[in-house]
Design a protein around this ligand. Structure first.
Ligand code: HMG
Length: 442
């Protein structure tokens, strides 16, 4: 039976667990055992994880896989990927290996500007507001100096602040629209602190601006917050090769493969139902690296999908073409990532993942993440336009089905061998386990 509770956050971890299992589970001992089996035996490490979020009762594991052989701008990487879905790491690895032999991936950062806004309401004369903004702009930046001085030492800071009139959308609605450079930090805390200071200065100083009437000087701040839409924090990833070098698959010619591949991309460019799945495939690679490196995958997801809709229709993030016999496949995406701050210096596996990537700058990480997305998309499209997705995906998913049926190590060995020459489907695996167990009983 469900129940509400007051003061839950103040309970100890073990009392929280008692309340959860007593309230929601019939087998309380079993529920407790499952929760506790994920606790780390190292108390300090466990406490670190407990303190990442609130009301922690246990750890939720995701596998950390690695995809080797990524040649990016001439440098070799092994990319860490935290993901639960089978075949993603294998697909990235296969793509990496394929492109390593064809010059590798090229990537470059196009821009790194991030955005934050103070949303406010003002019902007076728009011209007087514009004059007030001109008058106050340098003071806004000056008042934020205690927050920006360290970032400025690292070459970042406030790039610009502008006043935006949004009264066509909502009566009386205006913004301070600010651009920031945050160097190797994702910058959310920095940006939000600057914005809250802008809002305070902007509101307080309005009371001293002579041209305002008493009513006009009462500016109503609604909120101050960064935007996760970062169309000017862009990275480009690309692969290219001669069309004739495009396949090592004997069942399809390179020209036919290139043409089908480009058709598949073109379909994702014009058809939103396909574009969403196409981009989901890209995000398989992107999210996995974003998670492994301790970055905010919700922010990345929201920003990337907004970018995919920037022309009014949700569309493919990647593009492909053939020009003068050269096949090129590329993608430009917005990525606000950090390699300092947040979890990057706290989570031991995040630190390890960053070290595995040669401790990249934020710009280098943007390139690596974009490449992981493009590689993933290449692998998925290659399968989709040749064998179909199920063959490879189910081959990788075999172990999950075997685990679902609690296959023993001996059964796994036999069945993995058997399915090297058979098509893996859920029902085929179930049938094979069944037959094997009948045979073993005899
Ligand atoms: P394969 O040709 O059967 O693999 O491909 P292989 O056994 O010949 O091995 C070739 C290479 O693949 C290996 O080289 C590895 O790099 C990699 P090696 O290490 O031997 O030198 N590889 C593996 N890496 C790690 N562990 C493994 C493993 N097996 C192969 N066990 C593969 C098999 C799955 C790679 C291929 O079929 C593939 O790329 N499929 C695409 C899978 C995919 O895209 N999965 C994502 C989930 S489906 C989805 O969510 C997205 C989608 O809807 C998006 C869209 O619609 O666009 C499809």
């Amino acid at each position: 039976m469900s129940a509400s509770i007051s003061g839950f956050s103040k309970l100890s971890k073990s009392k929280k667990i008692d309340w959860i299992v007593d309230t929601y589970f019939s087998n309380t001992e079993d529920a407790k055992r499952i929760l506790k089996q994920y606790w780390n035996s190292n108390d300090k490490l466990q406490q670190l994880h407990d303190e990442f979020v609130e009301n922690t009762i246990t750890n939720y594991y995701l596998p950390l896989g690695v995809a080797p052989n990524f040649l990016i701008n001439g440098k070799l990487y092994t990319i860490p990927m935290a993901i639960e879905e089978s075949s993603v790491v294998a697909a990235a690895s296969k793509s990496a290996k394929f492109w390593m032999d064809r010059g590798g991936f090229k990537a470059h950062v196009i821009s790194t500007t991030k955005i934050g806004q103070v949303h406010f309401m003002y019902q007076g004369n728009p011209e007087t507001l514009k004059n007030y903004f001109k008058h106050i702009k340098s003071q806004l930046i000056e008042a934020a100096k205690p927050i920006t001085k360290n970032m400025e030492k690292r070459g970042g800071g406030i790039v610009d602040v502008e006043l935006r009139d949004k009264t066509q959308d909502i009566t009386g609605y205006y913004q301070l629209h600010a651009q920031f450079e945050t160097q190797d930090a994702m910058g959310a805390n920095f940006i939000n602190s600057c914005l809250e200071q802008f809002a305070k200065t902007f509101k307080d100083e309005a009371l001293n601006f002579d041209a305002f009437t008493a009513e006009e000087s009462d500016i109503q701040i609604v909120m101050s917050i960064l935007s996760n839409y970062v169309p000017d924090c862009l990275v480009r990833a690309e692969v290219s090769c001669k069309v004739e070098d495009l396949t090592d698959d004997k069942t399809i010619s390179a020209e036919e493969f290139a043409s089908k591949f480009i058709q598949a991309v073109n379909i994702a460019e014009v058809e939103p139902f396909r574009a969403v799945t196409h981009n989901k495939g890209i995000m398989n690679g992107i999210d996995a690296v974003v998670l492994a490196t301790g970055n905010d995958f919700r922010a990345v997801e929201a920003g990337v999908h907004a970018y995919a809709s920037r022309n009014g229709r949700y569309s493919s993030l990647s593009h492909a073409k053939i020009e003068h016999g050269i096949f090129t496949f590329w993608m430009e995406i917005p990525l606000a990532l950090g390699t300092i701050g947040g979890l990057t210096g706290l989570h031991p596996l995040v630190k390890l993942s960053l070290e595995l990537l040669h401790n990249p700058t934020a710009k280098e990480l943007m390139q690596i993440v974009a490449v992981a997305g493009l590689a993933q998309n290449f692998a998925a499209l290659r399968s989709l336009t040749t064998t179909g997705i199920q063959q490879g995906h189910m081959k990788m998913h075999l172990m999950n089905i075997l685990n679902q049926f609690e296959a023993t190590e001996a059964e796994k060995t036999t069945l993995v061998e058997y399915f090297k020459t058979q098509v893996v489907t859920h029902s085929a695996v179930v049938e094979a386990i069944h037959q094997l167990r009948i045979k073993n009983e005899k």
